[in-house]
Design a binder for this molecule. Structure first.
Ligand SMILES: [Fe+2]
Length: 363
């Protein structure tokens, strides 16, 4: 018996300084389609909220429309960032009570929202930093997002082929990884996935320790990073300093054609981390990754990384931070059997990130 059943990710909710422009950026650069809106025109005097989708991935952008709001304070403190990793559950009351009984902090008691499209039950618990998990049951709702939201059309013509179809995993940067892994074990009954990045990665390069927790069905996967001692300033320390504490570091988006997605996102102005040429020339890497679906030259041209484990392989690439602060970024991931997160790429990735940190003067 799963003590905390989940259906999957419900939404990634961002607090941003300008939700209208964020909605435009994620429409043009990430190929997303706007589906719903709420703002001063329809019952939300304090903030404008745009809801965008790509396949099963749902992003919600909340921006303040006047001074003195809670969302405005959040942005002043943390910059643009993720405020809520909302999880869809079959029974909100059960999930909320289970979470609180196991030490979670309740932020919103279970309550029902209703409009002509049906009802949604929702509650919220706190997680690391100022991040929350809304627990959402939308089984009896047919509207575009939540009661109170109006359907809204796409901002630009959506691409014929979407750039990604799901949220693969959401990574948190925290000060104490074990404490938060334990939180997910206790509160949500999540278990550790095999991938663990420890001292072997921590020694020479931008140091971090990482653990991955996931629900029993592996639909919701939350890697957790903690800074570790290293010869230079860790990228996790840089995040914690500029975000002002723990928070969401990156959202990985699952794509069936990473080459096409990267090409179109680059063409729309998205900047990706440049993995070094040495990565693609390394005979050990070529030996390790074996046969993948495209020639390595095609990956090298686009700076796409490859990792292989006993289950298969994955292709992945990381964007640069997508706001002014060096905090939140995205990953595109195309899985072929592998259930991993790219552990084998950490070294190559760190070298690339360090070059960026050096340019910002934060090493
Ligand atoms: Fe990732």
């Amino acid at each position: 018996m799963d003590e905390f059943p989940v259906k999957g990710m419900d939404a990634v909710v961002f607090a941003v300084g300008n939700a209208a422009q964020a909605a435009h950026y994620y429409s043009t650069a990430f190929g997303m389609r706007r589906v719903a809106y709420r703002g001063p025109e329809n019952g939300s005097p304090d903030e404008a909220v745009h809801v965008l989708e790509s396949g099963s991935a749902r992003f919600v952008f909340r921006g303040p429309v006047k001074a003195g709001t809670e969302i405005g304070r959040h942005i002043a403190e943390h910059g643009d960032g993720v405020v809520d990793l909302a999880i869809e559950v079959p029974d909100v009351e059960h999930a909320y009570r289970h979470a609180l009984a196991n030490g979670a902090t309740g932020l919103e008691e279970p309550h029902v929202l209703e409009d002509e499209h049906g009802k949604v039950t929702i509650a919220a618990i706190a997680t690391y930093g100022e991040t929350r998990h809304s627990l959402v049951d939308r089984a009896h709702y047919t509207g575009p997002y939540l009661p109170g939201f109006e359907p809204a059309g796409p901002i630009v013509e959506p691409p014929q082929k979407r750039f990604f179809q799901a949220v693969d995993h959401c990574v948190g940067n925290v000060e104490r990884m074990d404490e938060w892994a334990d939180y997910y074990h206790r509160v949500m009954g999540f278990t550790d996935m095999a991938e663990f990045v420890g001292d072997d990665i921590a020694t020479e390069y931008s140091a971090l320790m990482s653990k991955v927790v996931a629900d029993g069905t592996r639909k919701v996967k939350f890697p957790l990073n903690e800074p570790a001692e290293s010869r230079r300033k860790s990228q996790i320390d840089e995040y914690l300093e500029f975000y002002g504490g723990p928070g969401v570091q990156h959202i990985a988006l699952a794509t069936g054609d990473i080459l096409a997605s990267v090409d179109r996102m680059r063409a729309a102005g998205v900047e990706f981390l440049e993995s070094p040429d040495s990565y693609y020339e390394d005979p050990e890497l070529r030996e390790r990754i074996g046969e993948v679906r495209v020639p390595i030259e095609e990956l090298r041209k686009r700076r796409i990384l490859v990792d292989r484990d006993e289950d298969g392989y994955l292709l992945q690439i990381f964007t640069k931070p997508v706001q002014d602060r060096p905090t939140v970024f995205f990953e595109l991931i195309e899985r072929h059997g592998s259930l991993g997160f790219g552990k084998g790429n950490f070294k190559a990735l760190f070298e690339a990130i360090e070059r960026e940190q050096e340019r910002r003067g934060n090493l």
